[in-house]
Design a protein around this ligand. Structure first.
Ligand code: AP5
Length: 216
């Protein structure tokens, strides 16, 4: 049976960083809604143009297009064994759609690690983040610097700062998270799927905490 893990948590808490590490350790595919939107922005697709108008303001892209994008991604053969979902679901409507989607694949959400940290930590992490242009590998100028400044360790591509990491957009993203995504904490807790992980710890310790929960 396929395994689906949903990483829940505020902007900048480390979902993408951890999903990438866990994907290597478990063999499950990392599916990031933010990365999929950024790929569409880069390729200037219609979806990318639509998504940009919401992402630049720190708002959520409408549920219907987001759900369709994730459904398409999870239907591909590399997700047959399951996936680590990062950034989806983000609203109760998306959570319901995910459950229906997975039921079609004879699966279900197995575990929801909720990674949390205070807003001051999130802002420090996001403002020092550098992202790889080619594949979205994530760095931090202080907490996880690349070996060569400005270049990705994995593929040598240029590192850039995301447009939505400007201070005023990050503040909006945190508020949107509190208003629209926080209800999912209670939703998954009521299903006994939620486990709380302290996101203020260093990267390796957060990984160890997540792996301990996955092994259970
Ligand atoms: P998305 O790309 O999903 O952004 P997000 O959820 O706001 O999360 P981030 O990518 O900012 O942070 P993260 O938690 O992955 O942290 P990271 O590992 O990078 O979404 C962007 C936009 O797309 C949304 O605003 C919305 O418009 C749209 N969108 C996406 N999904 C959508 C959906 N489902 N519905 C509707 N719209 C959607 O780490 C951050 C930094 O901290 C890095 O520099 C990292 O190196 C560092 N770091 C990580 N962990 C640690 C640690 N433990 N200690 C120290 N530093 C750390």
């Amino acid at each position: 049976m396929a395994t689906y893990i949903v990483l829940l948590g505020p902007p900048g808490v480390g979902k993408g960083t951890q999903a990438n590490i866990l994907s290597k350790k478990t063999g499950l595919v990392h599916v990031s809604s933010g990365d999929l939107f950024r790929e569409n922005l880069k390729n200037e697709t219609d979806l990318g143009k639509l998504a940009r108008s919401f992402m630049d303001k720190g708002e959520l892209v409408p549920d219907d297009v987001t759900i369709a994008m994730i459904k398409d991604r999870l239907s591909r053969p590399d997700c047959k064994a399951g996936a680590i979902l990062d950034g989806f679901p983000r609203t109760p409507v998306q959570a319901e759609a995910l459950q229906k989607m997975l039921a079609n694949f004879k699966g279900d959400v197995n575990l929801v690690p909720f990674i949390s940290a205070a807003p001051s930590i999130l802002i420090e992490r996001v403002s020092g983040r550098w992202t790889c242009r080619a594949k979205g590998h994530i760095y931090h100028q202080k907490f996880n610097p690349p070996v060569v400044a400005g270049r990705c360790d994995v593929d040598g591509s240029e590192l850039y700062q995301r447009d939505d990491d400007k201070a005023e957009t990050v503040a909006r993203r945190i508020n949107v998270y509190l208003e629209q995504t926080m209800p999912l904490v209670a939703h998954y807790r009521s299903q006994n799927k939620l486990v709380e992980v302290d996101g203020t710890q260093p990267i390796e310790q957060v990984t160890n905490a997540l792996l301990a929960e996955i092994k259970k």
